[in-house]
Design a protein around this ligand. Structure first.
Ligand SMILES: [Zn+2]
Length: 104
């Protein structure tokens, strides 16, 4: 059994890069957001791959709490093989810069 929950990198979804600081309320800094099949990632984030996987876990497991997703992201970062890290990097490389009307 894997030490982290499975995450799928395929499937059709939109991936955008844009600053997300405007979405910060009183909570912690927002590094990524997702809605339905669209993901937004702040390119100033240190752990871009982890943030992408975090949002993929949200999309693929809508019933999970934030705590469960954070734990899954952490385990993925620690235990996922390099091939999965490479898939995350490839996906990030295909991301589009958000234009007008493409922000969350
Ligand atoms: Zn989250």
């Amino acid at each position: 059994m894997a030490k982290y929950p499975a995450v799928a990198f395929g499937g059709a979804f939109r991936l955008y890069l844009c600053p997300l600081s405007r979405y910060r309320g009183k909570g912690p800094t927002v590094h990524g957001m997702s809605r339905e099949r669209t993901i937004w990632i702040d390119p100033r984030t240190k752990d871009l791959a982890g943030t992408l996987v975090h949002e993929l876990y949200h999309i693929q497991n809508p019933s999970w709490t934030e705590e469960v997703v954070l734990r899954a992201e952490e385990d993925w970062g620690q235990f996922a093989p390099w091939q999965e890290k490479a898939k995350a990097v490839q996906l990030l490389a295909s991301a589009k810069m958000a234009g007008k009307g493409e922000y969350p």
